[in-house]
Design a protein around this ligand. Structure first.
Ligand code: ADP
Ligand code: ADP
Length: 226
């Protein structure tokens, strides 16, 4: 069973040309799926339909064994990691990671246990009292991922998380994301316009062009048959 199964997904904004046109992509459990293509090809729209931030015009979005077309984002148990990490600058690392648990009304003891466990996995346990402004880019990235794993999300969704970084940090973060994703074994959908990111991070790569799925293949297959 696919973890995320997009079936013939269509998105039209108004009466225009479809932003996403009959796209079907099955993301396996634990798989790292890349959505790649030039600006305007529909990759963010597709990601937002997975998360529930955008209505689906036609087709079925299946997560686990549920059709989620009509489910609100908070009922989908997915963790979105945004470009700017969306951390709260006035909260400590601990409270940033704890945030979704607080929202869900989890008890203080349980919050403490879960945050410490997640921060150990992410090697952030020595930074729990610091604020995001004093952290490196890599550490901030890990806090954002900590917020995702602390509540045991079914999948990570990344929207160009590295595009604001310089080339050196981008390379480091690429390695870090890949290492963490493999260790956590969590299903991941990752949007990028960067070919190198696509080819180095993905188990499979979905290539989009003007809303249409052009290719769905492993990086190796794409090298042989670009
Ligand atoms: P990408 O993420 O690949 O850059 P997008 O998904 O942002 O592409 O956009 C795909 C197409 O849909 C583009 O033509 C874009 O202008 C259009 N689009 C995106 N969001 C909206 C919106 N809220 N209203 C109207 N058109 C939109
Ligand atoms: P990205 O390519 O990263 O999605 P954009 O600059 O295309 O970034 O879009 C930023 C925001 O503007 C998105 O929320 C998108 O929905 C919206 N947007 C994009 N294109 C259009 C459009 N043609 N009309 C209205 N909103 C749009």
């Amino acid at each position: 069973m696919a973890a995320i199964d997009m079936k013939n997904i269509v998105k039209k904004y108004g009466d225009g040309f479809p932003a996403v046109n009959d796209v079907s992509i099955d993301v396996a459990d634990g798989e790292f799926m890349i959505l790649v293509g030039p600006s305007g090809c529909g990759k963010s729209t597709l990601l937002r339909m997975i998360v529930g931030l955008e209505d689906i015009t036609e087709g079925e979005m299946v997560i686990g064994d549920k059709v989620v077309n009509d489910l609100a984002p908070r009922d989908r148990n997915l963790a979105m990691v945004f470009q700017n990490y969306a951390l709260y600058p006035h909260l400590t690392v601990f409270e940033n990671i704890a945030f979704p648990l607080r929202l869900a009304g989890v008890s203080d003891d349980e919050v403490d246990r879960l945050v410490r466990e997640a921060s150990k996995t992410l090697e952030l346990d020595e930074h729990l009292d610091r604020k995001p402004g004093n952290l490196s880019g890599g550490q901030r990235q890990r806090v954002a991922m900590g917020r995702a794993i602390v509540r045991d999300a079914d999948a990570f969704l990344f929207d160009e998380p590295l595009s604001n970084l310089d080339a050196k940090l981008r390379g480091q973060m690429r390695t870090e994301i890949s290492r963490l994703q493999k260790r956590l074994g969590i299903t991941t959908v990752y949007v990028t316009h960067d070919q190198t990111e696509a080819m180095t991070l993905g188990d499979r790569v979905a290539v989009l062009k003007r809303g249409v799925l052009q290719q769905l293949a492993t990086p190796r297959e794409l090298y042989v048959n670009p």
